[in-house]
Design a protein around this ligand. Structure first.
Ligand SMILES: NC(=O)c1ccc[n+]([C@@H]2O[C@H](COP(=O)([O-])OP(=O)(O)OC[C@H]3O[C@@H](n4cnc5c(N)ncnc54)[C@H](OP(=O)(O)O)[C@@H]3O)[C@@H](O)[C@H]2O)c1
Length: 333
């Protein structure tokens, strides 16, 4: 049987669909029962038949509840570890470390204990070094260079996975770019669609990697079936500017695209004002210094390794995944 952590999230729910479609026996972790409904919605984007959804065995298992997490591992041969906390707010640093680093350490320890055949860990491109025009898997973390709190925690989690490989658990790590796909509109890239719908007027000059959720889950499954082990793989379909992405989403949603440049100087002011507002009004940070820097920086990722590792693997063009996701977004709202 296969275990999927974070089964109720964007990646987890689409992965569960692909795995059940392949006839695999799957157990998935959740924290609150109500979030399972979200997975049903994601399945409904693919099929009206509820039989596949009903194949999932659900188990309540927060990453830091070792007793419950341990129960989830009984009878498991392969693990897809998708659960994580995603936040760029420095006030979440402790939560990020507890969930992403300690939580992953718990998963790895149980993989060792239960002699799991293979682990697939979902990391992010944010853990890669960036001292090059094009970033590849060979570029390593560069210490504290204004990395955001999320990136720091995901890097720490990768270290736990590499430790696991030394303790006998074969593993693959995937490093996806911004993941595009329907289902989780209130977090991650889902927020881009909501921002576009509100006709948010600003754009920045930054560039980063984007990838369709279907490509992420397909690559994960194929890597788990392959002989590849103890390696990491960038999952990026195309490198695009935030302006291109927001304009494509706006065009698909038939709303006004962003037209005002949020320059480096404007963002420098904005993150400082955001910091002050967070202190005065005790509200969560919306724009931090590292995020402001990222939004105006050009990062280009090389996706050749995964293409040669998985024979015939082709990424879906980002314009196609944005258009398909926008169609579902329009139907949902
Ligand atoms: N979305 C992106 O653009 C993106 C890009 C690169 C990498 N990634 C990585 O891809 C993975 C999946 O991301 P996603 O987009 O699917 O995120 P998501 O939609 O926010 O889902 C996160 C999942 O983790 C679970 N979770 C959070 N804290 C947990 C805890 N303490 N114990 C157990 N489960 C917990 C959540 O459960 P609840 O439903 O209970 O909250 C949810 O199922 C993450 O590792 C993320 O870092 C995401």
């Amino acid at each position: 049987m296969i275990l999927v952590t974070g089964g109720t999230g964007l990646v987890g729910s689409h992965l569960l669909f692909q795995l059940t479609k392949k006839g695999q026996n799957v157990r998935a972790t959740y924290r609150r029962f109500s979030t399972i409904e979200n997975v049903k919605t994601v399945f409904s984007y693919y099929t009206k038949d509820v039989a596949l959804f009903e194949r999932i065995e659900w188990i309540e298992a927060p990453l830091n509840d070792i007793g419950k997490l341990s129960e989830a591992f009984v009878g498991i041969s392969k693990v897809y570890h998708c659960a994580a906390c995603i936040s760029f707010d420095p006030s979440d640093y402790r939560l990020l470390r507890n969930t992403n680093i300690k939580g992953t350490a718990n998963v790895v320890n149980l993989c060792v204990k239960y002699q799991i055949q293979k682990l697939c860990y979902v990391s992010t491109i944010a853990t890669l070094g960036f001292d090059s025009e094009t970033i590849s898997e060979e570029m390593h973390w560069q210490g504290n260079r204004n990395q955001n709190v999320y990136a720091i925690s995901k890097y720490g989690a990768e270290m736990e996975v590499w430790r696991g490989t030394q303790e006998g658990v074969p593993a693959v790590i995937v490093n996806p770019g911004v993941i595009i796909g329907p289902g989780c509109w209130n977090s991650g890239s889902g927020l881009l669609f909501k921002l576009a719908q509100k006709e948010q007027p600003y754009f920045t000059n930054g560039v980063t990697g984007f990838v369709a959720v279907r490509d992420v889950t397909t690559a994960m499954i194929e890597l788990m079936q392959s002989d590849h082990r103890n390696e990491r793989f960038i999952l990026v379909s195309e490198n695009k500017s935030y302006l291109e992405i927001m304009t494509t989403i706006a065009t698909n949603l038939k709303v006004k695209p962003p037209s005002k440049l949020a320059s480096k100087t404007k963002l420098e002011w904005a993150w400082r004002l955001d910091w002050m507002a967070s202190k005065f009004f005790r509200r969560r940070r919306r724009l931090t210094k590292p995020l402001a820097l990222t939004l105006n920086t050009v990062y280009r990722y090389d996706n050749s390794k995964i293409k040669s590792a998985l024979d015939g693997f082709e990424f879906q063009p980002i314009s196609e995944s944005l258009s398909a996701t926008c169609q579902i977004f329009s139907a949902d709202f």
